[in-house]
Write a protein that binds this ligand. Structure first.
Ligand code: GLA
Length: 396
């Protein structure tokens, strides 16, 4: 099935469900992309530079404003249907709202900032694996924000949309994530990756040549059990490492702004764990810089080397990989067509991404499948991605 066909089928299902649930005229439909992160692993919450790429998969949302204060949320992929009055939505989500906490958080943020009232109805559906490191939650938030912006005629900028979406996740849902995922989805431009300086934040777009290099997702099928607890622990460890560096070396607002030399000066006062966490952060900053230079030089092998080095640092110093991710990365890199490979998203399971010579996917998949099956008895999933477009209304 081509992406176009799957998109068409998905939109038909979305509209069909919308009409069945809510009746009336055809809804307006919107899209927001998921993302992979080429480089800058776990740097966003340490004020570092990250290099995400929006993908041609994401979340579609059919939406319509209401006037009776009801919020009605339906997903094609989840059984839970949520209906709540706007006056009953407070500052935080509730367990019984499940997945709907993300769009409700966006609604709450827009109501707070722009005073929107009246409610809305929404059906969402996606063409990407949920909860595997491709950031479906940011895509749901951004798709909802783009939809509500349009149906309420708010005229928000893409950066406003990113900020509202990020606040929904951190403030309303309560996940302590950095800004990368929502910015990657909201600010995406076709044919370009986003170089986001999280300390600003400020950003620029860097061309990515989809003809020079294929992007393959390798799904370990391993659930990301530690994703939440491990993630929050890393956030806390980075904050501790920064405090120690500020006391003993110099005062800087973000851990990622320290240099590898600063870190060496603090080696004696940092515990082994904090030293390694900080070493990942400061060396990953260098890898982002080298990777961006490689992109600008059109050197995709050199870019790939930075990805593989990032995976190794994530495995040893930052400890956010697992046996399945390490095995799948080693298997992929053993193939000569592969430029580089690393885990994507927070790690702890889920997916890795490989950059490889165009057209080599079938051979790479074969090598990886044989090795992975032999060790884990599980067949990994694969998905060849294309660089995505930005969020917006979808024409049908
Ligand atoms: C998750 C978070 C992001 C980022 C990545 C790691 O995806 O949501 O903010 O921290 O992990 O790079």
């Amino acid at each position: 099935m081509t992406p176009e066909n799957s998109r068409k089928g998905l939109l038909e299902r979305l509209e069909g469900r919308f009409r069945a649930e809510f009746g009336g005229a055809a809804p307006r439909c919107f899209f927001a992309p998921g993302r992979i992160n080429l480089l800058g692993a776990h740097l966003d919450y340490s004020g570092g530079d990250v290099l995400p790429m929006a993908i041609d998969r994401g979340i579609y949302a059919a939406a319509r404003a209401r006037s009776d204060g009801r919020l009605r949320l339906v997903s094609l992929d989840q059984e839970l249907v949520v209906e709540v009055h706007e006056d009953d939505v407070g500052l935080h989500t509730r367990p019984e709202w499940g997945w709907a906490g993300y769009p409700l958080g966006v609604w709450q943020g827009l109501r707070h900032r722009y005073g929107i009232r009246g409610g809305f109805e929404l059906v969402v559906g996606g063409d990407m694996a949920m909860a595997s490191g491709l950031s479906s939650s940011a895509a749901i938030e951004v798709a909802t924000a783009v939809a509500l912006d349009a149906v309420y005629g708010l005229g928000l900028s893409r950066q406003d949309i990113a900020v509202i979406s990020h606040a929904a996740e951190t403030g309303f849902v309560g996940v302590r994530c950095g800004i990368m995922d929502q910015f990657a989805s909201a600010l995406a431009q076709p044919g370009k990756v986003l170089l986001l300086h999280c300390a600003g934040p400020s950003y620029e777009h860097v061309p990515f040549d989809g003809e020079a290099c294929d992007v393959l997702v390798l799904d370990t099928k391993k659930p990301r059990e530690l994703a939440k607890s491990g993630f929050n622990q890393r956030v806390a460890e980075c904050a501790s490492a920064r405090e120690i560096l500020c006391t003993h070396v110099r005062d800087l607002p973000h851990l990622a702004l320290f240099t590898p030399e600063d870190l060496l000066r603090a080696e004696a006062v940092l515990s082994d764990v904090l030293f390694r966490r900080a070493r990942h952060v400061v060396t990953e900053m260098v890898r982002v810089k080298t990777g961006v230079a490689a992109l600008r030089e059109h050197d995709y092998r050199k870019l790939g080397q930075q990805l593989t080095a990032s995976h190794l640092s994530g495995a040893t110093d930052y400890e956010v990989t697992c046996d399945e991710l390490d095995e799948i990365a080693e298997a992929a890199i053993s193939h000569e067509s592969v430029f580089g490979v690393r885990f994507t998203g927070a790690g702890f399971g889920g997916c890795a991404i490989a950059l490889h010579r165009p057209g080599a996917a079938p051979e790479v998949e074969k090598v990886v499948t044989e090795r992975f099956e032999a060790r884990f008895g599980v067949t990994p999933g694969f998905d060849l991605l294309r660089i995505g477009m930005g969020p917006g209304e979808v024409e049908r």
